[in-house]
Design a binder for this molecule. Structure first.
Ligand SMILES: NC(=O)c1ccc[n+]([C@@H]2O[C@H](COP(=O)([O-])OP(=O)(O)OC[C@H]3O[C@@H](n4cnc5c(N)ncnc54)[C@H](O)[C@@H]3O)[C@@H](O)[C@H]2O)c1
Length: 270
């Protein structure tokens, strides 16, 4: 069901790789809610993924950009403003990658060149996106920028590796840039802390299947799906949340505030 929440709005969505990607669902919902969007991803993902299929569905096009490259981000924002016929109202940053996690490096045996890459791709890219958009004045007043994060920024999840540090930095950038962008141009910046979700990035984490089930058992509402995350993103892009900024917003079925649940008690009762 559509509410026309994003009618006449223009957005850029980073990170749709395939139909499991959270960004894929966000693009579909944003399109259903009346937005005009540009899709973007790293050039390598364009070759491997199915983003062009999504572009066809959403009646739009794909502009490649490695989100660690200022030059490519500048090109993305300039071209998006031109193609969409005006400044941008919302941006989704749905990007995460750790070479250490991907190569199975233990947290106690990190490769530091990889660690820097993790931080650059998964966290600094958020600052680069915000700073580039701000310098080009590419986002409208009362625009909304959302990044996706995970609760491993606050609590330790043993298999999450150096992505935990990246998520902490990402959330901090939302607070700091949110302050400055809010003061300068009334643009809001938030992160959504999403439940474990079965995607390419999610499934790359060691022990993912177990902590997916565990989180589902702890959360009173169960794990939040990628579709419901997309619903939440749409509300944050809409005019109904204009005074929400600098927040890390849990979208996790209640996981973050539950200590123990009946399901876990039952499992441990012999
Ligand atoms: N899946 C989960 O369990 C989960 C939970 C909480 C938060 N998140 C976060 O959600 C976001 C989206 O991940 P997902 O689960 O949909 O997985 P995904 O693998 O579908 O998406 C990750 C995207 O990051 C893109 N990317 C990687 N390097 C890039 C670069 N240099 N420039 C531009 N894009 C680049 C990939 O191409 C891919 O499209 C990530 O920030 C992830 O950490 C995921």
């Amino acid at each position: 069901m559509s509410y026309d929440l994003l009618k006449d709005k223009k957005g850029i969505i980073f990170g749709a790789l395939d139909e499991n990607s959270i960004a894929w669902k966000v693009a579909e919902k944003a399109h259903d809610e009346g937005a005009s969007i540009i899709l973007t991803n790293a050039p390598i993902a364009l070759r491997m993924g199915k983003i062009h299929e999504l572009a066809e569905k959403c009646n739009t096009e794909v502009i490649p950009a490695d989100a660690t490259s200022i030059e490519e981000l500048e090109n993305l924002f300039n071209q998006s403003v031109e193609k969409l016929g005006g400044k941008i109202d919302f941006v989704l940053h749905s990007i995460g990658m750790s070479p250490n996690v991907r190569k199975g490096k233990a947290y106690t045996d990190l490769n530091y060149d990889f660690f820097m890459k993790t931080l650059d791709i998964s966290a600094l890219s958020f600052h680069k996106t915000l700073q580039t958009a701000n310098k080009l004045d590419a986002i409208n007043e009362w625009g909304s920028v959302v990044g996706l994060t995970y609760i491993a920024a606050q609590k330790t999840f043993s298999g999450y590796g150096d992505m935990a540090e990246a998520k902490s930095v990402l959330e901090s950038i939302a607070r700091s840039y949110g302050y400055h962008y809010g003061k300068e141009k009334n643009v809001r910046v938030n992160t959504i802390s999403q439940s474990p979700t079965k995607t390419t990035a999610g499934s790359g984490i060691a022990g993912f299947d177990v902590f997916y089930e565990y989180a589902n058992d702890i959360s009173p509402l169960g794990n939040a799906s990628a579709e419901s995350c997309a619903d939440y993103c749409v509300t944050l892009f809409s005019d109904l949340t204009r005074m929400v900024t600098m927040q890390n917003l849990y979208h996790d079925g209640g996981f973050s505030f539950t200590g123990i649940s009946d399901a876990i008690v039952e499992k441990y009762t012999k």
